[in-house]
Design a protein around this ligand. Structure first.
Ligand SMILES: *[C@@H]1O[C@H](CO)[C@@H](O)[C@H](O)[C@H]1NC(C)=O
Ligand SMILES: *[C@@H]1O[C@H](CO)[C@@H](O)[C@H](O)[C@H]1NC(C)=O
Ligand SMILES: *[C@@H]1O[C@H](CO)[C@@H](O)[C@H](O)[C@H]1NC(C)=O
Ligand SMILES: *[C@@H]1O[C@H](CO)[C@@H](O)[C@H](O)[C@H]1NC(C)=O
Ligand SMILES: *[C@@H]1O[C@H](CO)[C@@H](O)[C@H](O)[C@H]1NC(C)=O
Ligand SMILES: *[C@@H]1O[C@H](CO)[C@@H](O)[C@H](O)[C@H]1NC(C)=O
Ligand SMILES: *[C@@H]1O[C@H](CO)[C@@H](O)[C@H](O)[C@H]1NC(C)=O
Ligand SMILES: *[C@@H]1O[C@H](CO)[C@@H](O)[C@H](O)[C@H]1NC(C)=O
Ligand SMILES: *[C@@H]1O[C@H](CO)[C@@H](O)[C@H](O)[C@H]1NC(C)=O
Ligand SMILES: *[C@@H]1O[C@H](CO)[C@@H](O)[C@H](O)[C@H]1NC(C)=O
Ligand SMILES: *[C@@H]1O[C@H](CO)[C@@H](O)[C@H](O)[C@H]1NC(C)=O
Ligand SMILES: CC(=O)N[C@H]1CO[C@H](CO)[C@@H](O)[C@@H]1O
Length: 609
């Protein structure tokens, strides 16, 4: 501050007085209690000394008597190549700026007391340590407090001199290596006023890099095992951290074991990642990254994992039409190892009933057996392939399966259980019901009535109502009675008159063509007669060892019939001789959204009554 001020004053002076006056300035140091001489180059009576706070001290050769005696007594003008100001027994009070001015010019002198520094210290000391990072440049700064002139400083590491400076703070740039860790650092300040130099000590304490990282070998795993991967890092300080990654997902260690190694106070860290193994891990890289505050990218170690898993099974196939000749399904298991054993295929109904076993079981290909084209619709259903690769799946089974719904498209197909003869009470209500399947779904259903030697189209009227609805129906595929997602078409006659006892034909059309089905409607009283005749014809006492069994069986059937009859007669509809069989199937109560079960269909048409 004072120096700046001085310079400005000089410039100002020069500007005002031009070339006539000369501006000068000087600094002197004086020891406390010593005599100081401030020189002024001019010998003339106009010379005046100004001292602390700008007070005038002298005029010509005389000290002003107005000054306090304690000061006045210590001052005199000593003529020696100029009117010099002498101050005896210098003290802190005398420190500051002096000015001698004459007609020839003005000279400024600043006097400082020579004092020793009060202390010496290191910058950035944290709990007596100077902290640095291994292999990274750092500055060690040593400073003195006070001291004029500035003391000389010297920096040593383990008593070996590193750097010195004559004045001002000492900044030493170093790149410490691991061996510099915990070095003793000392900084000494020496000054003429000090009999014993001042000294400070500190210890260099480094963050240390991780030295080695190793990953334990991971052996082949089985799906759903718990993988315990471990990584081990040595020599870091503070303890090394870990981050794991697999399939782009990052994990922290599940478990971390930190061991502090004395005496060099470094850390060995073991990181364990526990993870349930999934098949998606197979052939993927598991990476552990050890990182510390020095090496932010860290050290990465990777291993490719091998996972054994039971296959998941896809089936490659196409829905076919009756006309297609290559009728093949291919089983495609995906597991590890990729050696598979195949089993026979199974054909099921969409409702889960097994229809048949198929294929040789020796390979992945199923060629559907040769079948008359008109019967190929029976190949529709769920196909299951079974395979294994020796690995047990999650549910504890080696054998895995995959299934697809295969459709053989073609004409609509009527259930073989459709009765072709129906019985209805004269004057009552009646419903003609036909059950069928159709892949693709039916487009149009038309009812024809045979009357007056010709068939004519029935239109919805007061007497006739026609409905169709999706339903679970019963049919027989490959001689197995099964449930199917099909349709129920119904012709409801409001009041049966004599002319209604005739033949009806239903025409079901889909993309592939039309299927016809003809019913014969007859009076219900004839049905009852027929039933009675049936029992009589078979004979109750047929003879032989099966007689008793037969008796029981017939009794049971009769009771069942009676119950059914009782139930059915509540609902006055047209019935067939097959109704009894149908009802026993109906205790399986299938339901599915979007379609109704046969049960429901029957209940519905009962509701019409
Ligand atoms: C300072 O000056 C005085 C008087 O001139 C003298 O007596 C004294 O010895 C001097 N002191 C020193 C340290 O020179
Ligand atoms: C010098 O000054 C100090 C006070 O600043 C005083 O105590 C001391 O006695 C003086 N010494 C002499 C030799 O006058
Ligand atoms: C060390 O000090 C120098 C000069 O003061 C500076 O340029 C440098 O950036 C410092 N280095 C560190 C690591 O602080
Ligand atoms: C550092 O100083 C301490 C005590 O002052 C001493 O015990 C230690 O041996 C010194 N270390 C080195 C490396 O000189
Ligand atoms: C301190 O400095 C003085 C001179 O100012 C010198 O004589 C002395 O040897 C130095 N002491 C040390 C320990 O360097
Ligand atoms: C992993 O550790 C868990 C718990 O310690 C243990 O149950 C499991 O068997 C281990 N997994 C493997 C593959 O060793
Ligand atoms: C730390 O100590 C261990 C054994 O205690 C030693 O193997 C290692 O080299 C030491 N590291 C340093 C930097 O001294
Ligand atoms: C075959 O048809 C069924 C029923 O329409 C369908 O669910 C299945 O996806 C079809 N399969 C193929 C391979 O098109
Ligand atoms: C295991 O596979 C067999 C043969 O495919 C099968 O019968 C059995 O139900 C399966 N067990 C389980 C628990 O899935
Ligand atoms: C269904 O068939 C009848 C008679 O053949 C016809 O009038 C009607 O337009 C057809 N409806 C559709 C949707 O094809
Ligand atoms: C009804 O059809 C059956 C068989 O198709 C036939 O025998 C019978 O004569 C037909 N009845 C009438 C009234 O056309
Ligand atoms: C020391 C010095 O230069 N003194 C001169 C100061 O100026 C006067 C005239 O004003 C001269 O006579 C001095 O010699």
């Amino acid at each position: 501050m004072e120096v700046i001020y001085l310079t400005q004053a000089c410039v100002l002076l020069l500007a005002i007085t031009g070339a006539i006056t000369i501006g000068r300035s000087e600094e002197i140091n004086a020891k406390s209690g010593s005599n100081a001489t401030l020189s002024c180059p001019w010998i003339e009576d106009t010379v005046k000394w100004y001292g602390i706070y700008g007070h005038q001290y002298s005029s010509g050769k005389s000290i002003l008597s107005s000054l306090p005696p304690s000061l006045q007594d210590r001052l005199d003008i000593w003529e020696n190549d100029g009117y010099n100001l002498r101050i005896t027994n210098v003290s802190g009070y005398d420190e500051g700026q002096y000015k001698c001015s004459s007609s020839n010019g003005t000279k400024y002198i600043t006097m400082f007391l020579i004092v020793p520094p009060t202390s010496v210290l290191f910058d950035n000391v944290v709990q007596q340590y100077i902290k640095g990072n291994e292999d990274q440049l750092m500055n060690i700064t040593c400073k003195s407090v006070g001291g004029n002139p500035l003391p000389s400083l010297q920096l040593s590491k383990n008593d070996k001199l590193l750097a010195t400076t004559d004045n001002g703070p000492l900044v030493y740039t170093m790149q410490p290596s691991r061996i510099d860790d915990k070095s003793n650092l000392s900084c000494t300040a020496n000054h003429s006023e000090l009999s014993i130099p001042l000294s400070i000590e500190s210890v260099l304490y480094l963050n240390l890099k991780t030295e080695t990282v190793t990953m334990e070998t991971i052996h082949t795993l089985y799906e759903f095992d718990v993988l315990n991967a471990s990584c081990f890092a040595t020599g870091g300080r503070p303890p090394t951290s870990f981050e794991w990654s697999l399939l782009g997902i990052y994990y922290n260690s599940s478990y971390l074991d930190v061991e502090n190694i004395s005496p060099n106070d470094t850390f060995n860290v073991k990181s364990v990642l526990s993870l349930e193994v999934h098949r998606s891990f197979d052939k993927r890289k598991l990476t552990c990254r050890a990182f510390d505050i020095i090496a932010n990218d860290g050290i990465a170690k990777s291993q490719t994992i091998e996972v054994y898993y039971a296959p998941s099974i896809n089936i490659k196939y196409q829905n076919l039409t009756t006309e297609d000749n290559i009728r093949q399904l291919i089983c495609q298991p995906q597991g590890n190892p990729i050696i598979y054993k195949f089993y026979q295929w199974e054909h099921h109904s969409a409702r889960g009933e097994k229809i048949r076993s198929l294929g040789s079981g020796s390979n992945e290909i199923l060629n559907l057996p040769e079948l008359d084209r008109t019967k190929r619709y029976q190949d529709t259903g769920i196909y299951k392939c079974f395979a294994e690769n020796g690995i047990v799946g999650k549910e504890g089974n080696k054998t895995q399966s995959g299934s697809v719904f295969f459709v053989n498209e073609g004409l609509p197909q009527l259930s073989i259980y459709n009765p072709s003869e129906l019985f209805c009470k004269l004057g009552g209500e009646g419903s003609l019901v036909v059950k069928f399947t159709s892949w693709p779904p039916p487009l149009n259903i038309t009812w024809l009535k045979y009357e007056g030697n010709r068939n004519f189209n029935l239109q919805t009227s007061e007497r006739y109502t026609m409905t169709e609805t999706a339903a679970v129906i019963i049919d027989s595929f490959h001689d197995k009675k099964i449930h199917l997602d099909g349709y129920v078409a119904m012709l409801h006659i409001n009041e049966v008159i004599l002319e209604d006892y005739t033949n009806y034909t239903v025409q079901i059309q889909n993309e592939f063509g039309i299927k016809l089905f003809t019913f014969f409607l007859t009076d219900i009283s004839k049905a009852q007669d027929q039933r009675m005749n049936n029992y009589e014809n078979k004979g109750l006492f047929y003879g032989g060892p099966a007689v008793i069994l037969t008796v029981f069986f017939i009794a049971a059937v009769a009771i069942a019939l009676f119950i059914v009859w009782k139930k059915r007669s509540d609902c006055n509809y047209c019935r067939s001789s097959q109704d009894t069989y149908d009802i026993s199937d109906n205790d399986i109560n299938y339901k599915r959204q979007g379609s109704i079960t046969e049960d429901v269909a029957e209940v519905q048409y009962c509701k019409y009554m």
